[in-house]
Design a protein around this ligand. Structure first.
Ligand SMILES: NC(=O)c1ccc[n+]([C@@H]2O[C@H](COP(=O)([O-])OP(=O)(O)OC[C@H]3O[C@@H](n4cnc5c(N)ncnc54)[C@H](OP(=O)(O)O)[C@@H]3O)[C@@H](O)[C@H]2O)c1
Length: 259
């Protein structure tokens, strides 16, 4: 599917469309983070990934307001630190206050809390969704067995699992497992886990007159895997989003899958 603005997206239940390409914001705070988010919104990004532990929710929210892009056009994700299990609602209230928003589009558990808290934390996430504070809820860094544990306990599957993903980490069984469960796979650290000088990426990039980094982002899009590259540099922010003018053939996708 696509968003209203024609960007490739996945459907996330009542939350609507989640754009496949978003901006990661880890390790950016203050003016640097605000400038990066503003520059991303200027070139067309409508999906931002933050987290309580990134300590930049205030900057992300400020940049959205300064951009004058209407709040409802931007898909905003934040994440619960698992150490805050038992204080979920208060943590989300603080995130919303920092963002200056009255809901987030997606709220994730940043990584699994201690075993005893696994299900209660998930129940608190579901309650926040029912109250309209998060349009969708999910998890991050969970195994398929942990996804199943949450579903067995509550009948509600996490809508998203955000996990490390890149050509070198490609695992079609894991991707299919998420699809079978109805969980959207959102990949993180697409570049940190990639050798951008790899000859296969270089050859395919040259064929399409793009960069290896753009090939990596496009590879996610062609697999319908959400990707959130982080950059603080306006030219790389723009390039990482400029991936809708080409697509990879089955043969190219296969070669990249095997990296
Ligand atoms: N859920 C989790 O546990 C978790 C964990 C890690 C990350 N994440 C999320 O995923 C996002 C992305 O992952 P990440 O920040 O770890 O790493 P990443 O996006 O794979 O890589 C970021 C690094 O790549 C560089 N870069 C960006 N664009 C480039 C390009 N076109 N060519 C060459 N280098 C480029 C950046 O430098 P410049 O800034 O100088 O461009 C930065 O050093 C994070 O920001 C965060 O939102 C989530």
């Amino acid at each position: 599917m696509t968003t209203d603005r024609g960007q490739p997206a996945v459907r996330l239940g009542r939350a609507g469309a989640m754009p496949l390409v978003g901006l990661g914001t880890w390790q950016m705070t203050g003016a640097r983070c605000q400038a990066a988010v503003r520059s991303a919104l200027e070139v067309g990004y409508r999906h931002l990934d933050t987290a309580t532990i990134y300590r930049n929710e205030r900057d992300v929210g400020r940049a959205v307001r300064d951009s004058r892009v209407p709040r409802e056009q931007v898909f905003v994700t934040t994440k619960l630190p698992p150490g805050n299990a038992g204080r979920e609602r208060r943590t989300l209230t603080e995130s919303l206050r920092a963002l200056g928003m009255d809901y987030v589009d997606l709220w994730l558990v940043h990584w699994p809390p201690r075993a005893r808290a696994l299900v209660p934390t998930w129940e608190a996430m579901l309650a926040a969704r029912d109250q309209g504070l998060a349009r969708a809820v999910g998890v991050s860094n969970y195994s398929p067995a942990q996804l199943d544990e949450l579903t067995a306990a509550t009948g509600q599957v996490p809508q998203v699992n955000q996990i490390p993903w890149a050509p070198a980490l490609h695992d079609s069984a894991l991707l299919d497992g998420h699809r079978r469960r109805g969980v959207v796979l959102e990949g993180y650290s697409p570049f940190k886990n990639t050798d951008l000088r790899h000859p296969v990426l270089a050859e395919i990039a040259a064929r399409h007159r793009v960069t290896p980094a753009q090939v990596v982002v496009r590879w996610h899009v062609d697999h319908e895997v959400v990707v959130i590259p982080k950059s603080a540099a306006p030219e790389r922010i723009a390039a990482n989003f400029d991936v809708f003018g080409f697509s990879l053939s089955e043969e190219e996708l296969g070669r990249i899958d095997r990296l």
